[in-house]
Design a protein around this ligand. Structure first.
Ligand code: GLS
Length: 799
């Protein structure tokens, strides 16, 4: 008999759903073209989508049917879902936000496309070998039923070359970008189904290949085998790999090539679509909104100006008006090491015409500043798009601000910080209205309904069905049941079952056995000094030393805790890799200490990704969002954890602040110094005396005595705090962190009160839906409206 294994069953199931998606995708595109209303284009170098099948089944509303069908064939749907490889075209929060936005855009019936790159290799797979991170390539395209190659949609993209000028009959000079080399962009379309709607939007990912055809037969035939494929390989390199850095710009030429390749192909596509409407160019911003997800796509501003002026013959000022009214820019970080700058020399070489246009944009901008603020040369130097350094650099964030009509941060504190620090001068120049805040959100479909189906069902049973999934403010309906015994019992049972599910994953992947009745303390996110996993692991060591110093009787009174870590370090980020190594080394000692037993376990979950987040998030009791105040722009996993009935220990940073405002101060464990004090503390570290917290000093002593293996391995982490100015304020916040962790223990002992806190918090999380967030963008920045869908009944605009 034909052997249908789990992978074959997955393929069959995926292909069946994909058929359905493609039908709706076609209808949606037809509807949008027919309605001819304004569209949003979301340009992002990262889309961290995760798996598609479960999401497609749930959004279409046919998961039960699939489950029954698979069961008839002898399969469990969970096993089939697990066959799918994560689409991991992103590093962390920024890429996952883009994925949540696509879900909301479709669910809200908004006419929108995503544009990105189809990397052959997504974010690397992380293996932990002897406690160290090892990176393994993520070749995810072996079988991907969720993309449609569009060999009919290609664009040739130019690089290098030189600029000539010619004078037309009218006397007007035109620039011509000539020579250089061409690379072909091929479109791959990924359908994005909305929840409980037939709207299926498009995510278009570009793949690179040689423009000159497959490979050079002439060279091949004359025996020059290697160079016959060299062109092809060089072209394919552009979309080969995702840069694995989060919050870090390394200024590599290939990265700039990726950026131009992607924005040029996307703009060509967008302009081609607009031109079909035969409207006047002045109407472009009424038809097209383009959102820049961070500065990565900023070249789109320059490219559109080039298209309008060089290719379409518009006057500079008319073109620039169109450009500015089309673009919006979202800033996702204030960290200086993440703010993109490209050397003028590299620009000159790779994109000579674009550099000229940037110079002109800068000239006109500085002239306008000079008019408004005469004789302030320092201001001109500070805001110039060109940094007069050695070498000269193009400041991409400044270019993005000057070329956009709105600039937004991603949480209130962050939006305030950009206005008062890195972009302060631009607020004086453009006025405060250009700068706004749109606090991030998450899609409750994936992050509650899909990841935590039992909790989602329990909530639905109390708030009158699944409508809360499209209007998350309806969650407040469960506050009425906070004292309902049966409801509370089911609530606690669900959390426990989720913890058992995670305990099983931990056992399978790391061999460590954890007790699901312990307090599960989770910190999963990219490993970064500013996110302070080092503070967490130092705290864990402090706990271990404290337990060891206790009498056995006293020890037995302590609350058992499992400290769970997960996250990738950028391959070149040495300190982050040291942190991973320390966590694993501490685990190796603590987990095998018979005296300690279940009182403390330390686990590092290998290869943290979206699918693992779907298991980890619903299982946490407390999660850690403990960045140095003022460094984490928003954070989004903080929202996911609270939505899934876990509490937070965190600093007054990013969206933690708004979460506190919503859930109430009694339902969150805040600690540490405030953003406004950070600068003074850093200054004091450098210029005053810097004493280390005594409890932290004991932790350092234990590490230096070799309690967790070779001390050399961890010396960098210690000296960063003790000798190199403690930039991330680990010592300053240590005491407050330890004390607050003790409060967490105390609170968890009172399970009745704990459950009350959790239910109350969930009921107040409505604000953090990405639907709210996208609606704010749609109204305040994009000016787009939903296209209401009634199957087979045409289109209603507006409402
Ligand atoms: C980030 C920020 O670091 C996060 O705080 C934020 O939640 C996310 C989405 O806005 O963007 N910026 C970045 O470069 N990577 C991120 O995750």
């Amino acid at each position: 008999m034909f052997n249908c294994d789990e992978h074959a069953a997955y393929s069959a199931c995926a292909l069946a759903f994909r058929d359905r998606l493609i039908l709706e995708w076609n209808r949606t595109q037809q509807r949008q073209t027919y309605a001819d209303s304004k569209r949003l284009y979301y340009l992002s170098l990262e889309f961290l989508m995760g798996r598609a099948l479960d999401n497609a089944m749930l959004n279409i509303g046919q998961k039960d049917v699939a489950k029954a069908g698979l069961a008839e064939l002898g399969f469990r749907i969970e096993d089939i879902i697990e066959q799918e490889h994560d689409a991991a075209l992103g590093n962390g929060g920024l890429g996952r936000l883009a994925a949540c936005f696509l879900d909301s855009l479709a669910s809200l019936n908004l006419p929108a496309w995503g544009y990105g790159l189809r990397y052959r290799y997504g974010i690397f797979k992380q293996e932990i070998i002897d406690g160290y991170q090892v990176e393994v390539p993520d070749y995810w395209l072996d079988f991907n039923p969720w993309e449609f190659p569009r060999h009919d949609v290609t664009v040739d993209i130019q690089f290098y070359g030189h600029v000539n000028r010619s004078q037309g009959a009218s006397g007007k000079t035109t620039a011509h970008w000539e020579g250089g080399e061409m690379v072909r962009a091929v479109a791959f379309d990924v359908p994005i189904p909305g929840y409980a709607t037939t709207t299926t939007n498009n995510l278009r990912l570009w793949s690179s290949k040689a423009a000159s055809g497959e490979f050079d037969f002439q060279k091949f035939n004359s025996g020059d085998y290697e160079s016959s494929v060299a062109d092809q390989q060089r072209a394919e390199t552009i979309s080969a790999v995702l840069y694995p850095n989060d919050n870090l710009d390394r200024g590599k030429e290939l990265r700039l090539k990726q950026q131009y390749f992607w924005v040029a192909a996307s703009l060509y596509d967008i302009v081609r679509r607009f031109k079909k409407s035969k409207r006047a160019w002045s109407e472009f911003p009424e038809q097209v909104a383009i959102q820049l997800n961070d500065t990565h796509p900023t070249l789109a501003i320059v490219e559109l100006q080039r298209i309008l002026v060089d290719l379409e013959g518009l006057e500079w000022d008319d073109a620039w008006n169109i450009v500015v009214n089309t673009f919006g820019y979202t800033n996702h970080t204030v960290l200086p090491e993440a703010l993109e700058k490209w050397s003028v020399g590299l620009f000159q070489h790779l994109l000579p015409r674009h550099l000229q246009i940037i110079y002109d944009i800068n000239l006109f901008f500085l002239q306008s500043v000079e008019r408004a603020f005469p004789n302030d040369r320092e201001l001109l130097a500070r805001v110039s798009i060109i940094e007069e350094s050695q070498p000269k650099m193009v400041r991409m964030a400044f270019l993005a601000i000057v070329g956009s009509h709105k600039v937004n941060g991603v949480a209130e504190l962050h939006s305030d910080l950009i206005k008062t620090t890195i972009f302060k001068d631009f607020v004086s120049i453009f006025g405060p209205d250009k700068f706004t805040n749109v606090t991030n959100g998450i899609t409750p479909r994936r992050w509650l309904h899909q990841a935590n189906p039992r909790l989602s069902d329990l909530i639905a049973s109390k708030v009158g069905g699944n409508d809360f999934l499209t209007d998350l403010t309806k969650l407040n309906g469960i506050e009425l049941f906070v004292n309902d015994k049966q409801f509370r019992k089911e609530w606690a049972e669900i959390k426990h079952a989720n913890k058992i599910r995670l305990a099983n994953l931990i056992k399978e992947t790391s061999g460590v056995i954890v007790n699901p009745s312990s307090l599960f303390d989770v910190q999963v996110k990219r490993i970064h000094e500013y996110k302070r996993q080092q503070l967490n692991i130092f705290g864990v060591i402090h706990r271990y030393l404290t337990l060891k110093a206790m009498s056995p009787e006293e020890r037995q009174k302590q609350l058992p805790r499992v400290s769970i870590f997960g996250g990738k370090a950028a391959p070149g980020y040495w300190m982050a890799k040291q942190i991973i190594h320390l966590i694993n080394s501490v685990g190796g000692v603590v987990n095998n200490d018979k005296e300690i037993g279940d009182l403390l376990k330390v686990v590092f979950v290998e290869d943290y990704n979206v699918s693992k987040a779907e298991i980890i998030t619903p299982a946490s009791d407390i999660s850690e969002h403990i960045s140095t105040a003022g460094t984490e722009a928003s954070g989004t996993s903080n929202m996911k954890f609270v939505l899934n009935g876990g509490l937070i220990i965190g600093t007054c940073d990013g969206a933690n602040i708004e979460i506190t405002r919503e859930v109430g101060e009694n339902n969150i464990f805040l600690f540490g110094n405030l953003a406004e004090d950070v600068e003074d503390l850093r200054h004091a570290h450098t210029y005053g005396s810097h004493t280390i917290d005594p409890d932290l000093a004991k932790v350092f002593a234990a590490i230096e005595e070799g309690m967790f293996g070779s001390t050399e391995d961890f010396s960098g982490m210690i000296t960063a705090v003790r000798d190199h100015g403690d930039f991330y304020l680990v010592s300053d916040d240590f005491h407050s962190y330890i004390e607050t962790q003790a409060l967490v223990d105390e609170a968890y002992r009172d399970q009745e009160e704990w459950v009350t806190k959790c239910i109350t918090s969930v009921s107040r999380m409505g604000f953090f839906s990405s639907d709210r967030c996208i609606s704010e963008y749609a109204e305040g920045i994009w000016n787009i409206e939903p296209l209401h869908v009634e199957r087979d009944a045409g289109v209603r605009k507006g409402e």
